[in-house]
Every structure is written in C-alpha cells, then in structure tokens.
Design a protein around this ligand. Structure first.
Ligand SMILES: [Zn+2]
Length: 169
C-alpha cells in the first residue's frame, strides 16, 4: 500500500488526510478568524474539522479534500507546539508556562478558576479565538494535571506566589 495515497476512499474522508485523526467539527467562522487573510481567501463552505494530533501539521481539513496547515494560522496552535510560548487559553492569554510556574511555586494553578469566572461572565470568545472553536478549559485542566505530575513534591515547600497572568507578553 502506498503511504501517500492521493485519492482517499470515501470512508476515510472524515479523517485527517495526513494523520488519520477523526478531528473535531469546527464552524467556518472559526476558520475565518484563525486563518491568515490569504489562507482565509481560499476558504470554501465545507464540513470542516480540526485535527487534534500534536505531531500533525494539518490544522483544518474537509471531506472535499481541502487542508489548511498550522503555519496558515494567525496564532500558535497550543496542542501542536512543544516549545514556549504554548497558548492554552486564547481569550485571556494564559499559557502553559503560566500554569507550570504556578504549580511549581504554589502546588496548584489558579488559571482554571480564573478562566471559569470569565466564562461565567460571558467574556470568552472561544469560537473565534480558540483554533479548535471550543472552550479551552479541558486543555487547561489537562495542563494543570501534567504540571502537577512534573513537580509532585513542590507543594508546601515554596511560598505560594501565583503568577499574574500571561496576557502581558
Ligand atoms: Zn492530522
């Protein structure tokens, strides 16, 4: 079987043509907001999906065969980056480094609660700010758990000094 099959079978069209991820349905307005103007100009109505595979350069794909890569986005794609700055929350500017430094200093992160408060106050704009079109809290909570596993015994040892957010960078 050829690794780079140019004509995917109809049954495979719901999966990322490069990595096979089933993707997450995402609205066209998210693509319009996230893609650079020159990429957005080529945008056609389709059943767009967001590829969630960290190592895959495909950002969006559609059953029609169209693909947009992460380099065509106006923002860094947090789940597809391994080096800082790694965005976690696109509405309020929190990064993975913010979570890591809070957990290292205080044993826990205030970021999920701060985002939840903003969401409750209807100040988030995930459909046009988050490349996945979804709320970031799932990814943020995951990042907190990962940070806690990375520094299991930091709590209590260091003075509690939460960082003051990453929006300033
Ligand atoms: Zn992919």
């Amino acid at each position: 079987m050829n690794a780079s099959s140019p004509e995917p079978a109809r049954s495979q069209l719901r999966n990322c043509p490069r990595c096979g991820d089933t993707g997450r349905p995402v609205g066209e307005r998210t693509l319009r907001a996230i893609l650079k103007p020159e990429a957005a100009a080529a945008l056609r109505p389709d059943d767009w999906r967001f590829c969630r595979t960290p190592t895959c350069d495909v950002l969006y794909f559609a059953p029609g065969g169209a693909v947009f890569e992460k380099r065509e986005a106006v923002t860094r794609i947090g789940i597809k980056e391994t080096e800082d700055p790694i965005p976690l929350c696109y509405c309020f500017g929190f990064s993975r480094a913010d979570v890591r430094s809070e957990v290292a200093n205080a044993g826990d992160s205030t970021v999920p609660a701060r985002i939840a408060a903003e969401v409750k106050a209807h100040r988030c704009a995930c459909p046009i700010k988050n490349p996945s079109g979804a709320c970031c809290l799932g990814e943020v909570n995951k990042a907190v758990q990962e940070a806690k596993q990375a520094v299991p015994r930091a709590a209590g040892e260091a003075a509690a000094a939460p960082v003051t957010g990453g929006a300033r960078r």
